[in-house]
Design a protein around this ligand. Structure first.
Ligand SMILES: Cc1cc2nc3c(=O)[nH]c(=O)nc-3n(C[C@H](O)[C@H](O)[C@H](O)COP(=O)(O)OP(=O)(O)OC[C@H]3O[C@@H](n4cnc5c(N)ncnc54)[C@H](O)[C@@H]3O)c2cc1C
Length: 706
């Protein structure tokens, strides 16, 4: 088992929870009481009979919204010198001999960079892999949207980079809320990722001498980001997808596109399968394996508007959470500073302008409030290049959380530009003058084209207008050093796990982490678990499978039965507004309590007034969205509770009550140097388990980019 957790819980309010103490070890025993004591949800659309946390909608009454559980410890994390820990773990992990691998099976949900790389590698190793994605092709996973690049400590530029520096930058960038051992391993593995991708034929940009080219991303002073114009994710995914297709052709991977996982099967305490819906026919199927991997991406769409693909959702991980997997740091959200501003009420998607643009673009606003002249008429001395002014050491390349907050501050002070004053300029005129337009076109051409197509403005001539938007989540399912969740046999990779990025991810580190997990970490660690096989056979007749299928069917039936008046999207949009207003770039005690209260009301309204058209036995996108939004309601509430309980500011989590005299995030390491891992109870009061973070190599200090 990769974790230890005590069994006593301090019930700070009402002891009416039925979670089995110390039961994490047995996986399903900690399942929340799905059928008792509930706030409105799919099981109890009207709220159930007993309600430990008071009337629905009374979340702002100053009550405790959670219970305190015992600490959790990652028992898989090896000790010893940090640079030897990964080697040590790999050496100590049990192996599976090649002849036995074909008798062992793995389900992988997700075919983005994390899932495709894992499926290809495990298939190549000889395991029997079954993969799922909801898109019509694995190649359309959201990873394809990644633009700017992928980090690796190759030090090709000879500018002082090293594994240690990448490790240091990442721990500091995450505002000291990530695990040292994991981050060090990530930095070590980064070097191998690039070699693997080059061998696959990924066309990284090269400089004149033939070496791979690098550029810089926020929060660092070296150039370590490898890129393929503004399409790095697409090129990396084509590499991983090609490797996956090879295994599909070889018969080691069976691919199910257009299948959505709607439930996890936890049999005899272990993750043994999934229930999926065929999105074309509506058929409900169960699939079984010896282990399950969730590589299902991030949940930024809980905010409705985000830079994520429209389909990104939390269902796979949320279903696992409800079955006993702890959810870590759900409130840690990344708000990216350079996105095209919202343009109207009917917008359903926001567009990222890659952070790479901050290498050459300069960010500014007019010095005078309300100055609405054409930016080209505003003279140099009338402009405030506020990032360069406030953070001279890092300038426009401060980390995302800092750049986003600074943009918010200048806009709040009335100096924002464009409609509604919610925008700042990203200006390339200096760079074009210095390097020439062809050089800028070569580096960023597709991003400039995209901007022009969306806004109708030519960024070669007029500065871009940008504003922060939700982009990535650092939160996700809690995993140990082996990437195993608190349910034995359930592994989680990529953005779906709570990852190595602490409270703020540095640019170009998500692709690095997803591929590190899939190509290098998981294939070693999952073997240690599978080596205990052969496992007892589980099939459709197992009570856990029957129960999971029943849960999926009844949920679909309930959604279809409401037959109310409001569209799914109208609920999602309203939830998004609540999340953005109260759990977005700035959070307060009062606002978060209001948010919990409002989310509960909205959720009750959803279950009594949503309109889901069509039937379950056909392609039905309204039904798909309704299921995802129902899960977003439950997640949104947990995010607000997590943000409420963390009474400090760190990284992207900015509590207005906790700032220093310069308005910078003020951490409270004495109280909050921990991962918050939440247990589902089903009664509106989740249980908090804290994993203490220890820093032996990086000194805990206030981040400074000045
Ligand atoms: C616009 C944009 C640009 C970015 N640019 C960069 C960048 O330059 N560098 C960087 O490092 N990071 C970047 N990121 C972040 C990065 O792209 C993501 O964090 C990363 O690609 C996530 O990969 P993943 O494999 O974990 O998940 P995804 O790529 O999101 O894949 C998720 C997979 O899970 C499947 N899935 C999900 N739920 C279910 C379900 N219930 N049933 C079946 N299948 C399911 C989906 O079908 C999909 O195959 C960017 C993000 C955005 C939004």
């Amino acid at each position: 088992m990769g974790f230890e957790i005590g069994d006593a819980k301090k019930d700070t309010t009402n002891a009416d929870t039925t979670t089995g103490g110390g039961a994490q070890g047995s996986g399903d025993a900690i399942n929340g009481p799905e059928d008792s004591n509930v706030a409105p949800n799919e099981d109890h659309p009207t709220g159930g009979s007993i309600n430990v946390d008071g009337a629905i909608g009374s979340g702002d009454a100053g009550e405790d919204l959670h219970l305190e559980g015992d600490p959790i410890v990652d028992t898989k994390a090896p000790g010893g010198p940090i640079e030897q820990r990964w080697d040590k773990r790999r050496f100590e992990a049990k192996l599976v001999n090649p002849a036995n691998r074909r008798k062992l099976s793995v389900i992988i949900v997700g075919t983005g960079l994390a899932g495709a790389s894992a499926a290809a590698t495990l298939g190549e190793a000889g395991y029997k892999v079954t993969s799922f994605c909801y898109q019509d092709s694995p190649r359309r996973a959201h990873s394809i949207a990644a633009q700017g690049g992928i980090n690796a400590a190759k030090n090709y530029r000879n500018d002082g980079d090293s594994i240690y520096r990448l490790f240091y930058d990442t721990v500091k960038g995450g505002d000291f809320r990530s695990r040292e051992s994991n981050v060090y391993r990530l930095a070590q593995v980064s070097v191998e990722i690039i070699d693997q991708c080059v061998a696959q034929g990924v066309p990284f940009a090269r400089e004149y001498g033939g070496l791979l080219d690098n550029r810089s991303f926020g929060g660092v002073q070296v150039s370590r980001t490898f890129y393929a114009r503004g399409q790095t994710g697409q090129q990396l995914l084509i590499g991983a997808y090609s490797a996956l297709e090879r295994q599909i052709a070889a018969g080691s991977v069976t691919m199910h596109s257009r299948h959505e996982m709607l439930e996890l099967i936890v049999a005899d305490g272990k993750a043994r399968g999934v229930v999926v819906r065929d999105m074309v026919t509506g058929g409900i199927e169960s699939h079984f394996a010896d282990a399950v991997v969730l590589a299902s991406g991030g949940y930024g769409n809980v905010f409705f508007l985000s830079t994520n693909a429209m389909g990104c959702n939390v269902t796979a991980t949320w279903r696992a959470h409800r079955k006993g997997a702890l959810f870590a740091n759900p409130c840690f959200t990344q708000i990216h500073p350079t996105c095209i501003p919202v343009s109207g009420d009917y917008q359903s998607k926001l567009t990222l302008m890659s952070e790479s643009l901050r290498n050459d673009g300069r960010i500014w606003v007019p010095k005078e409030r309300g100055d609405d002249r054409d930016p080209r008429e505003i003279g140099e001395d009338e402009r405030d290049y506020y990032l360069e002014r406030i953070y001279p050491a890092f300038g426009n390349l401060v980390p995302r959380d800092i750049a986003s907050r600074a943009a918010k501050n200048v806009c709040d002070s009335g100096r924002g530009v464009g409609p509604g004053g919610l925008g700042v300029y990203l200006d390339f005129s200096d760079a074009i003058e210095r390097l020439g337009r062809p050089a800028i076109e070569a580096k960023y051409g597709n991003l400039f084209d995209m901007y022009r197509q969306i806004t109708g403005e030519d960024p070669y001539k007029v500065p871009m207008r940008i504003y922060p938007a939700v982009h990535y989540v650092m939160g996700g399912l809690w995993v140990d050093y082996d990437l195993q969740s608190t349910i034995p046999g359930l592994f989680v990779t990529g953005e779906a796990n709570f990852s190595d990025h602490g409270a703020n991810r540095l640019g170009a580190s998500a692709l690095m982490q997803g591929l590190a997990d899939g190509y290098f970490v998981l294939p070693n660690t999952i073997a240690d678990y599978l080596a205990a096989g052969p496992f007892e056979k589980v099939d459709d007749t197992h009570p856990a499978a029957v129960e999971a299928v029943g849960q999926v069917r009844s949920r679909i039936d309930r959604l279809l039965a409401v037959n109310g008046r409001r569209t799914v999207d109208s609920f999602h949009r309203e939830l998004g507004h609540v999340m953005w207003d109260f759990c977005g770039m700035e959070r307060t005690e009062e606002g978060l309590r209001k948010a919990v209260s409002r989310i509960r009301e909205l959720r009750a309204e959803f279950w009594s007034d949503v309109k889901v058209t069509g039937t379950g036995e056909e392609l039905n996108q309204t039904l798909e969205r309704a299921g995802r939004v129902a899960d977003f309601f439950e997640l949104g509430e947990l995010m607000c509770i997590d943000a409420l309980v963390r009474r400090e500011s760190c990284g992207g989590h900015f509590r207005a009550e906790s700032q220093d005299e310069d308005g910078e995030a003020l951490r409270h390491d004495d109280e909050f140097a921990h991962v918050s891992a939440w247990e589902f109870t089903g009664n509106g009061k989740p249980i908090l388990h804290k994993e203490e973070l220890h820093y032996e190599y990086v000194e805990l200090k206030s981040r400074s980019y000045k």
